[in-house]
Design a protein around this ligand. Sequence first.
Ligand SMILES: NC(=O)c1ccc[n+]([C@@H]2O[C@H](COP(=O)([O-])OP(=O)(O)OC[C@H]3O[C@@H](n4cnc5c(N)ncnc54)[C@H](OP(=O)(O)O)[C@@H]3O)[C@@H](O)[C@H]2O)c1
Length: 249
Amino acid sequence: MYALITGASSGIGKAIAYELAKKGYDLILVARREIELNELKTNLESNYKINVVIKVLDVSLVENCKKLHSEVTSLNPYIVINNAGFGRVGLFSEIDLETELSMIDTNIVAVQVLTKLFVNSMKDGIILNVASIAGMLPTPLMATYAATKSYVLNLSRSINQELKNSGSKVRVLSLNPGPVITEFGQVAQTKQKMQGMSAERCAKIAVKGMLKRKSVIVPGLLMKIMRILVKILPMGMVMPIAYKIQNKK
Ligand SMILES: NC(=O)c1ccc[n+]([C@@H]2O[C@H](COP(=O)([O-])OP(=O)(O)OC[C@H]3O[C@@H](n4cnc5c(N)ncnc54)[C@H](OP(=O)(O)O)[C@@H]3O)[C@@H](O)[C@H]2O)c1
């Protein structure tokens, strides 16, 4: 059975690839960096006796997402993980518009297109969209990134309910990690060295939750507490705290 993972060349996506390989899934791995994907394919195939197909492409282009879907339909993936994404830390007024539009294309548009195509072509299976704890609360100094992840979280929840009500066997779930040590911080241009959960731990929790078909997966006790606090505390109290945390980055 195949699982497709976008953003598999590093971080959470790569760790999920190992986690699923251990469980015997064949893999379709997607990212822009060919060397990293090839290395990963060699490692996974020799250690886990699985088939790995790599697709070197940029998911921020709609035509690439459509091409990807049509190329893998014959492999009939049971799991699709929309994980490719990136953020940028800084003042909204200072982050350049091109970076933000590219972020929206990668974090939102690609997820929208691939979710739509796979929801309609899958008969049974799981689509896991990687959102973030940042999508659950206002996040000054990462405003656009947090907004993209709110979109992914809410889109996934709504579709999942529609699928449940229609009796479909397909599920659309979301993974909402707090800080995870990956290349994310470097890409987001944070000044602070990244601290948080390991990508391996995040991947383990993600795969366990996904196979249990948990609608909203939040890895780690601290982030679960954070989620509750955000729900019960007044926004006026949450915002300055969120600003302080982000400002350190
Ligand atoms: N790390 C965190 O603290 C954290 C927390 C919450 C949520 N997340 C989310 O988790 C996901 C994975 O991030 P990560 O932390 O693992 O960061 P990462 O190590 O930077 O990995 C990002 C992955 O996405 C791929 N990617 C980025 N843009 C792409 C594009 N246009 N087309 C195809 N692939 C693309 C990258 O591969 P190439 O560069 O080779 O294309 C890479 O494999 C992201 O959606 C991120 O927003 C991360």
